[in-house]
Every structure is written in C-alpha cells, then in structure tokens.
Design a protein around this ligand. Sequence first.
Ligand SMILES: CC(C)(COP(=O)(O)OP(=O)(O)OC[C@H]1O[C@@H](n2cnc3c(N)ncnc32)[C@H](O)[C@@H]1OP(=O)(O)O)[C@@H](O)C(=O)NCCC(=O)NCCS
Length: 164
Amino acid sequence: MEYLNVTIRPAADADIPAIVEIENLCFVSPWKEKDFLYELNENPVSNLWVIELEIESQKLKSVLGYCDWWQTFDSATLCKIAVHPEMQRHDLGSAMMDEIYNDCLAKEILTLTLEVRVSNNKAIAFYKKHGFREVVIKPHYYDNGEDALYMLLEIGNYGSNSSN
Ligand SMILES: CC(C)(COP(=O)(O)OP(=O)(O)OC[C@H]1O[C@@H](n2cnc3c(N)ncnc32)[C@H](O)[C@@H]1OP(=O)(O)O)[C@@H](O)C(=O)NCCC(=O)NCCS
C-alpha cells in the first residue's frame, strides 16, 4: 500500500527550481528565480511556503505547489499561491489556504488581501469559496493592461462564502 504524506513547510533554497517550474506553468508574467530568492532570504515580511507530497514506499518527495504571503503589522497580503497544473483541484490549494489562515489567526492578523486578474475565474472561485469578498477593481493593474480584482478576507470569516 502507498503511504502519501502531504506537508506544508517553509521553503528552502533547494526548493526554488521546483517553485520556478510551477510558476512558469501557471502565470502569464512569471516571477524569476531571483524574485523567489529575494522573498526567501531578504524580504523581512514574507512567508514563502511549499506543499510537498511524500510517497513513503518510494522514498520520493515532490514539491507540488507554493504560496507567498506578507505580514505587515495586523494585516497580510497574499502575493502568490499556485499548484502544479496536473495536481490542481485536489484540495492542495485549500490546504495551503488553511495553513495561511491558521497562521494569521495565531498572529492576530485582522485582514488578508490580494489582487487577482479579472480573467482568472478559477482563482476567483477559489478565493470566494474561502470567504474572500470582492472590494474594488484596480484598472490596468497588470503589465498587459488587465484589471485586477482586489479581494479581502476578514480573519474570522474564513470559509464562509457570502453566496451560501
Ligand atoms: C487557484 C489555485 C491555487 C487553486 O488550487 P487548487 O488546489 O486547484 O484548489 P482546490 O482543489 O483546493 O479547490 C478549492 C475550490 O477552488 C475552486 N476551484 C479550484 N479550481 C477551480 C476550477 N478549475 N474551476 C472552478 N473553480 C475552481 C472551487 O471552488 C474548488 O472547490 P470545489 O472543488 O469543492 O468546487 C490553482 O487553481 C492554481 O494554482 N491556479 C494557477 C495559479 C493562480 O492563478 N493562482 C492565483 C493567482 S491570484
């Protein structure tokens, strides 16, 4: 029988190649290796985490996704969350969001905010499922001129979809 362990842990330098590979598969304007190294080693407010699958019988470990969020006093910003395209819709993104939420709660953070492309319907559905609400459109926010949707989660409203 296969034993599968899923772990969310702080990223290390050795995880950067896997993170960059997923980043290139998931984003139109991907961050580069140097951007993740900055987040990991220099940015004092960032939390760069990976989600890793371990298949015990094969002694195999694989990074399947990552997230990066910043804490500024009692507010937080979700900068990145991504799951390898072949592993999406298997609750890995939700597992990372649960971990972020629990850390925000422990650190007495009040709000978690983010920007998402208005065309990114699956991410918007994902955030709404976890209780984020739409606040405002930021026009021409991205390099290619696309608008951003600014969303906010009040910690305490996690997982309460307003349409329920
Ligand atoms: C957004 C993302 C991180 C979600 O991770 P995931 O592991 O696929 O999500 P989960 O399996 O935990 O899905 C949770 C919920 O999100 C929503 N969702 C996820 N994928 C979806 C899709 N393809 N279409 C519609 N809704 C989707 C659903 O509400 C889903 O709940 P359900 O399966 O009960 O319907 C992932 O789709 C991803 O990496 N996308 C590319 C990178 C990206 O756009 N990141 C966000 C940038 S702002």
